[in-house]
Design a protein around this ligand. Sequence first.
Ligand SMILES: [Zn+2]
Ligand SMILES: [Zn+2]
Ligand SMILES: [Zn+2]
Length: 260
Amino acid sequence: MQATLSVLGSGTSMGVPTIGCDCAVCCSVDPHDRRLRPSIMLQYNGKLVLIDTTPDFREQALRQRIRKIDAIIYTHGHADHILGLDDVRPLSFKRITGGPKIPLYANESTARVLKHIFKYIFDDDYKFGSIAQVELHPVTHEPLQLFGATFIPVPVIHGEAEIFGYRFGSAAYLTDFSEIPESSLPLLQDLDVLFLDALRHKPHPTHSTVENSLSIVNRLKPKRTFFTHISHDLPHDETNRQLPAGVRLAYDGLKLEFEI
Ligand SMILES: [Zn+2]
Ligand SMILES: [Zn+2]
Ligand SMILES: [Zn+2]
């Protein structure tokens, strides 16, 4: 079926502009150079699925006029991917969701971080007003069925940790990786849309670079590729002019249609 993917944020963990930085990209007037923390939203079959809840989630939800969330899938437990969970509160109250809690899909290590950071949400004895109405569901290496679509967890190496990207239909979203293991490549064949981490040109211990992600594009040959988790080292326009056809930097607000 037809689905829409919207980029809620295309920036690295500190966001662009970075606080206190006067570099050309942080001072740029091009709106494409303003990057909130990395997340996407998928809409299909009348449902809305988020991948990650960033520290900018409130701003992202207001910009996109999000009125309900049917599920949240997590890639991993780093701060830039989870800290907005508390801000799903107004969308999680019964009057909006019609009853059930919002399901959060997370692997074991991510669930552990969520329960630690947001202890008050998952404890049953919170007495001080409203808390997010959410419940955890495990993600393993097995595909996940959600509202008529299949989400395949794609193991990627993020520094020393194995985390998940996801493939859903003809698209895949791989944020935060330094390496994609050979064993994950078969999960990424025949893609229409591929999102890849491309922090900057200079090597980084836990993130992919433009050059490394271009070599992945050459192997997988997706129809359209978008780089994300972008730092202030990459000016939008100038970098796009250097990228080959079919490969572009993602930007906040980018919206694509694909088959899920
Ligand atoms: Zn990140
Ligand atoms: Zn800067
Ligand atoms: Zn990370």
